[in-house]
Design a protein around this ligand. Structure first.
Ligand code: 5HY
Length: 244
């Protein structure tokens, strides 16, 4: 099968890291196209960045749909534009936050999510409500470093993340940790070994869930929430995005 993996921010080093994490767990027959949009924020840290990552994300979803891809992944822990992407696509579309939460509940009675900055916490808390995991999620924590610190060799990001995970285990009674940023995708295995509990990366979770959904022959339902957008003109710079 062919999977379209979109990192909605435009930092190519993060896209490459995410792609490597996905390919490390993908099944032998799974081919992965890993891309960033041609336009948009270098990192997504809050609702304003999130709003401006969506047009470029949707452009990449539309391209892969034209090419007949079997599944899509939105590789940002805000799951930005996920419902809009599902309106565009016939192939299943999986967000890494939703995927991580589903996987976590299969191996643990509760989880804490550890993300980057505090400003990301309300969005992720809203996702736990939207997806129905509010009773499983003990807390959404921020280790307080910017997203791109994960791309800087020698930054304190990993130490800050480890310290916040230690606090989560000591204070939250959580039984698993979810890494709340796609840029943490390369850290899950080592952190699980260090702390002795399941540490779930949404990128790996999403790849396996897309493989499962595609393998069952399931495609996005087109009656209701994910029906295609109605044809209408869009004006100005968005004219090219108009649904036809
Ligand atoms: C992400 N931001 O996964 C989110 C998560 C965050 O650029 N990729 C981003 O840390 O807010």
């Amino acid at each position: 099968m062919r999977v379209n993996l979109v990192n909605p921010n435009t930092t190519l080093s993060m896209t490459e890291k995410i792609a490597a994490a996905a390919r490390a767990v993908a099944a032998p027959g799974t081919e992965i196209r890993a891309v960033s949009p041609a336009m948009g924020p270098v990192s997504i840290e809050g609702a304003y960045d999130e709003a401006f990552c969506v047009p470029g994300l949707l452009e990449e979803i539309a391209k892969a749909e034209e090419l007949g891809f079997d599944g899509h992944i939105v590789a940002c822990f805000d799951d930005p534009g996920l419902d809009a992407a599902r309106q565009l696509a016939r192939a299943p579309v999986v967000g890494i936050a939703e995927a991580a939460m589903h996987l976590a509940t299969l191996v643990a009675g509760s989880f804490t999510i550890v993300t980057t900055l505090s400003r990301a916490v309300p969005t992720i808390e809203q996702l736990t409500r939207k997806y129905g995991f509010v009773h499983h999620c003990r807390k959404v924590r921020a280790a307080e470093f910017p997203v791109l610190a994960l791309e800087e060799p020698g930054s304190r990001a990993r130490d800050l993340l480890r310290a916040e995970i230690a606090r989560a285990i000591a204070e939250d009674r959580c039984e698993a940790i979810i890494l709340g940023c796609a840029g943490m995708a390369d850290l899950a295995r080592d952190l699980a070994a260090e702390f002795g509990l399941p540490v779930i990366d949404g990128v790996a979770a999403a790849i396996k869930l897309v493989e499962a959904v595609v393998g069952l022959g399931l495609r996005t339902s087109k009656i209701g929430a994910f029906a295609p957008p109605l044809p209408k003109p869009y004006t100005g710079a968005f004219a090219r995005f108009a649904p036809r």
